[in-house]
Write a protein that binds this ligand. Structure first.
Ligand SMILES: NC(=O)c1ccc[n+]([C@@H]2O[C@H](COP(=O)([O-])OP(=O)(O)OC[C@H]3O[C@@H](n4cnc5c(N)ncnc54)[C@H](OP(=O)(O)O)[C@@H]3O)[C@@H](O)[C@H]2O)c1
Length: 273
């Protein structure tokens, strides 16, 4: 079922930065209302001001909540109740660069709670109160298509999001709910800043030039997936081809390539990188 964006009432998680803020900016000219969700109220206010500059009469609510916590999700549920909202963009997410064994366990826990628990429980608690026709856009990642050493937990969490999204779409078929999944490749946002560990390095970016897309393009592709009723979209030709390659390469070959990438990264790493 295609979902019309014109007049939609959209809840956007992770709306204070990066892709979430861009979802707000692209929806502002056409939406009926926006509900912007993240932890930092001042950053949400700044995005609200940008959206109001685009369309001064737009109704925009803010919900400052930590979606990794039960209390934060409950705050959002209470604000959504009875509000006639009909689009949920499950976008808030985070990464962690480095080996699992040296990770801060609190950061690993936060990532799992934000990337996996939050979208599942938000669908569970918010979907019954969404007006019909409704839509859910889950923001996953190209990383979900492969086992990714030094981003192991992040990539696995996004594999979860992609599979969850596709199964949800089948469950909800014929019930007036469109479900789509957006799988971006590398995109310049605040993501890497959060994913880096204190004193730790960046991820190996070799070959990423072919995959990199701007947030404007990534978000436009995601919103178009709802309008055209696509199950899963990969913004950019390179990202689409890479996803197919990772899916169809024999696992033994993929493992060898990833092993080599890891070893090359170790050889080129400097203490400051
Ligand atoms: N950038 C990329 O290369 C890339 C590639 C593929 C997929 N993605 C996915 O795209 C999505 C958006 O990320 P981004 O790239 O736009 O990164 P970003 O700029 O770091 O934005 C992350 C957003 O999530 C919010 N957030 C973080 N922790 C939260 C929490 N506990 N509760 C509520 N909100 C929280 C942040 O706001 P506060 O700090 O104010 O809470 C922020 O608005 C993520 O799901 C990410 O996995 C990104």
């Amino acid at each position: 079922m295609t979902f019309p964006l014109h007049g939609c009432r959209a809840i956007i998680t992770g709306a204070s930065s990066g892709l979430g803020a861009e979802f707000a900016r692209q929806l502002a000219p056409q939406a009926g209302a926006l509900l912007l969700v993240a932890r930092r109220p001042e950053a949400l206010e700044a995005v609200r001001a940008e959206c109001l500059a685009l369309r001064p009469q737009l109704w925009i609510e803010i919900c400052a909540a930590d979606l990794a916590e039960t209390a934060g999700r409950e705050t959002l549920r209470a604000q959504v109740a009875g509000g006639d909202w009909n689009l949920l963009v499950n976008n808030a997410g985070m990464g962690d660069y480095g080996p699992v064994v040296t990770a801060d366990p609190a950061k690993l826990r936060l990532m799992i709670d934000l990337n996996i628990t939050a979208p599942v429980l938000l669908v569970n608690s918010l979907l019954p109160s969404l007006a019909r026709p409704a839509a859910i856009l889950n923001v996953s990642s190209l990383a979900g298509e492969m086992p990714l050493p030094e981003a192991a937990c992040y990539a696995a969490s996004k594999a979860f999001v992609t599979r969850f999204s596709e199964a949800l779409r089948i469950e909800l078929a014929g019930q007036g709910v469109t479900v789509s999944c957006l799988c971006p490749g590398p995109t310049p946002t605040g993501f890497s800043r959060t994913a880096r560990r204190p004193g730790g390095g960046d991820t190996d970016r070799s070959g990423q030039g072919l995959l990199r897309q701007l947030p404007e393009h990534v978000v436009a592709v995601g919103l178009n997936a709802l309008v055209t009723d696509r199950a899963c979209v990969y913004p950019g030709l390179g990202v689409g081809l890479a996803a197919r390659l990772f899916r169809h390469l024999p696992r033994v070959v993929l493992r060898r390539l990833l092993q080599r990438r890891l070893e090359r990264g170790k050889m080129t790493a400097t203490p400051e990188s």
